[in-house]
Design a protein around this ligand. Structure first.
Ligand code: ZN
Length: 269
């Protein structure tokens, strides 16, 4: 372990900026939506902040989750290289086709068991739906708005159940997930109200702050960790909006915001 390596935690999450989260859980280090590029334009999107922790300082990673591979704010160039070097990537079927090994594509409501690093049996990685834009938007041939996006639910014996939303703008979808999985402990929500003028008349492609608070009300987790609300110019709402929306919903107690690269514990305490 190098002196700069991000210290291992028993059960915690940190956001590195943009959508990128690191979860230490069940003796595994898991990274979702890896993005490690320096700030710069990426086609029609512009990144304004680099990651709080560089990929080299994460040490060995056991699993990478990719909500979708087509949008550079969720998988940029160095994030893609990082995913390709991981022992396992779980994503949706279309993304897996494009990414190739080590990506495994799972349709919503199918899961993969990953042996834990703490001797506790398996961690179950369940793929759940996500809708990457307004409910009434045109659907592609696969029935997706914008593109295929996967959310994830991680669970295991003695571990908190963690939902990672991916780029989802749909409260209906959050409600479906909550109905089928009533015991979600932690919600990592891609908020920020991403908007692109050419897509769906500029309507949100991810949760805005009020919908993030609504998602928290529906899921009723112990804590909510927001992601995907800073670091790119197309994120139209930030931390102040999230704090206000959670306050107005009376749910400020749930919101956990640590500086990027600092840990939030997920175990009960
Ligand atoms: Zn996207």
């Amino acid at each position: 372990m190098s002196s700069t390596e991000l210290a291992r935690q028993e059960c915690a999450v940190t956001i590195l900026g943009g959508p990128t989260a690191v979860l230490d859980i069940g003796g595994l280090r898991i990274v979702s939506d890896p993005t490690f590029d320096d700030p710069a334009p990426h086609g029609y999107l512009t990144k304004t902040t680099g990651p709080a922790v560089a990929e080299a300082d994460l040490g060995p990673v056991d699993l990478v989750l990719v909500s979708h591979d087509l949008h550079p704010d969720n998988l940029d160039d160095r994030g893609r290289a990082f995913a390709e070097a991981a022992p396992l990537v779980v994503t949706g079927p279309r993304s897996a086709e494009r990414l190739g090994p080590p990506a495994v594509g799972l349709s919503p409501w199918s899961s993969r068991a990953v042996p834990r690093g703490d001797g506790g049996g398996d961690l179950t990685v369940l793929v759940v739906p996500a809708v990457h834009g307004p409910e009434d938007a045109d659907r592609d041939a696969d029935g997706n708005v914008n593109c295929e996006v996967s959310g994830f639910v991680l669970s295991g014996e003695g571990l908190p159940t963690v939902y990672i939303s991916g780029d989802n703008a749909s409260i209906r979808t959050v409600a479906e997930i909550s109905r089928r999985l009533p015991d979600i402990d932690v919600a990592v929500l891609h908020a920020g109200a991403a908007r692109v003028p050419t897509k769906f008349d500029g309507r949100p492609l991810s949760l805005d702050s009020r919908r993030a608070a609504a998602a928290a009300a529906v899921l009723d987790p112990r804590l909510v960790v927001p992601a995907h609300f800073d670091g790119w110019t197309h994120f139209s709402e930030g931390l102040a909006d999230l704090r206000l929306a959670f306050d107005e919903a009376g749910l400020s107690e749930l919101l956990r915001v640590a500086p990027h690269g600092s840990w939030t514990r997920l175990d009960k305490s």
